[in-house]
Design a binder for this molecule. Structure first.
Ligand SMILES: Cc1cc2nc3c(=O)[nH]c(=O)nc-3n(C[C@H](O)[C@H](O)[C@H](O)COP(=O)(O)OP(=O)(O)OC[C@H]3O[C@@H](n4cnc5c(N)ncnc54)[C@H](O)[C@@H]3O)c2cc1C
Length: 500
């Protein structure tokens, strides 16, 4: 296989000091820091996006690998606990469900829980799936603690809401302490090798030259290296995900902080509400074909429920992905690599998995075609799987109040998603595609929550007698409910960690 660059990679330059830049710097330094020098170049005059407050459970692995103490992290980033996302008005106005990080019930080796549940429903059971989900029960009760049990039925997976600006600062301090070099400066010019097109150096406004062997483009939506310089191209998905704008504004905190994100659909998009320790994060995601920025601004401010802190900040975005996320000696990480709206809080996770992927394929001995191709293949699959999951929310619904929802319900969807929905509708079967970030329990909750009723269940669920089935469900429900009265409230948990 052709090796484009026989030089060993000794110096990695990261352009950008947002969440992507500092997550990349900290993890790379921690894992391969003995072999490579790492320098972050960022410009305070440009600043960062600064939003990105809701995460998913793998962020905990990221922090653990860095050796970050959870209590310190929660204090420093003003974080709260996130057990899932509540979707309101998504299936239809007035209806709601939770996509929790947990899993309803307990599955057996060949038969997932929801097949037993479906049979029980046909026999007259009135419960909801979420009566058997510890995350959902704790979210609704506003409770949380780390449950130390080896029994998977009592797992309570969690992620965080945090202040993204504070997280980047936290990681910057961490990175600098372990030897990452930071340079403040505005990149004005990019030097490329005339023969290969490889990037050789960044030239800053003050004339200084930052040379490197491998460049990580964390310059945000500007995509200064991967697009402006290397012209990699972009695949647009706005025919499936038609929202192209967002307004974000913090507001004063509520007395009680919920341990979950709220996502409230409106006539042409949705609004998020994210509780932090010191404030609420709010934002309105919308389609500019249906709402002017002024209308969106008015809607957001009228739905806040607590006093706004400052003026809403406007974001315009293209939903889609960079055609090649690794090209020549540039790897795009973060917003430079693509954008999927924050409906399932996946952007920060995409940063994490991009760096992990790069570390697995790190070109210590020079950049080889096969590694680049593998990286790009995996990135494409990951983006497309998350895209499908987000489209599911918009496509499967019963709203008739606007053209926006009617279009989304009637549009053609990716064949991969069409197949998944059809399979579930016909037979209740769910299979996890290879390495899909979202497990069966996530697909199940959103499919059921958005209104898909499977026509059938797996016949293994008939192996129990009716009495055995009902007894199993009664015992399972009791096990799931049992810890809740003993748990502290979410606020008590946070206050204790923060010594308040
Ligand atoms: C409205 C909205 C809501 C979001 N909500 C969530 C969420 O809830 N959960 C989630 O996981 N993600 C969310 N995201 C995504 C998340 O904010 C980003 O993935 C994350 O912040 C990473 O951004 P970044 O570091 O790639 O880019 P940025 O934050 O834009 O950072 C870019 C960096 O590049 C530097 N830079 C750019 N040009 C130059 C130059 N010429 N010279 C020197 N430096 C330069 C800047 O100074 C900056 O440091 C949201 C995004 C948006 C737009």
């Amino acid at each position: 296989m052709k090796n484009h660059n026989n030089q060993t990679i000794k110096k990695v330059v990261i352009l950008g000091g947002g969440t992507a830049g500092w997550m990349s710097a900290s993890l790379m330094k921690k894992v391969i820091g003995a072999a490579v020098d790492i320098e972050v170049v960022e410009s305070e005059t440009i600043g960062t996006v600064g939003v990105g407050e809701a995460t998913i459970p793998p962020i905990r692995i990221f922090n653990q690998v860095l050796g970050i103490n959870e209590a310190e992290f929660i204090r420093e980033t003003k974080a709260t606990i996130k057990l899932g996302i509540e979707f309101e008005n998504w299936k239809n106005i007035g209806e709601r469900y939770l996509h929790s990080f947990g899993a309803p019930g307990r599955s057996s080796a060949f038969c997932q829980f929801h097949h037993y549940f479906k049979r029980a429903q046909q026999l007259g059971l009135k419960d909801s799936l979420w009566d058997y989900d510890l995350n959902a029960l704790c979210a609704k009760a506003g409770k949380f603690a780390v449950i130390n049990s080896k029994d998977p039925v009592l797992e309570l997976p969690h992620a965080y809401h945090f202040d993204a600006g504070l997280y980047a600062k936290f990681l910057r301090k961490f990175s600098e302490n372990i030897g990452v070099k930071r340079t403040e400066g505005l990149v004005e010019q990019v030097q490329q090798n005339k023969q290969t097109g490889y990037i050789e150096a960044l030239v800053l406004k003050d004339g200084s030259v930052i040379e490197g062997d491998l460049f990580i483009d964390c310059s945000g939506m500007r995509a200064l290296l991967i697009e402006d310089t290397l012209k990699t191209g972009y695949e647009n998905w706005d025919h499936w995900l038609t929202c192209d704008s967002a307004l974000a504004v913090p507001s004063e905190r509520f007395d009680k902080t919920l341990p979950y994100t709220r996502s409230i659909a409106h006539s042409a998009g949705w609004q998020w509400r994210i509780p932090l320790q010191h404030r609420n994060g709010n934002g309105l995601v919308y389609s500019s074909a249906h709402f002017s920025d002024q209308q969106a601004n008015d809607l957001l401010l009228s739905n806040l429920e607590s006093k706004a802190i400052g003026e809403p900040k406007l974001f315009k975005f293209n939903v889609g992905r960079r055609k090649q996320q690794w090209h020549k000696n540039v790897v795009a990480v973060g917003l430079s690599s693509g954008f999927l709206e924050p409906l399932e809080s996946t952007s920060i996770h995409l940063i994490q998995s991009a760096i992990v992927r790069l570390l697995h394929l790190f070109p210590h001995q020079g950049i080889a075609d096969a590694s680049v191709a593998e990286y790009n293949k995996q990135s494409q699959i990951e983006y497309e799987q998350i895209r499908d999951f987000i489209i599911l929310h918009y496509h499967v619904q019963q709203r008739t109040d606007s053209d926006f929802w009617q279009y989304l319900r009637n549009m053609d969807i990716p064949a991969t998603l069409q197949h998944k929905i059809q399979l579930f509708k016909e037979s209740g079967r769910l299979f996890r595609d290879q390495n899909d970030l979202f497990l069966d329990a996530s697909w199940l909750q959103v499919m059921v929550g958005q209104g898909i009723e499977p026509q059938d269940y797996h016949p293994i669920a008939n192996n129990l007698s009716e009495a055995q089935l009902m007894d199993m469900l009664t015992r399972l429900k009791a096990i799931k409910h049992e810890p809740i009265p003993k748990l502290p409230s979410h606020d008590e948990f946070i206050n204790k960690l923060c010594n308040r």
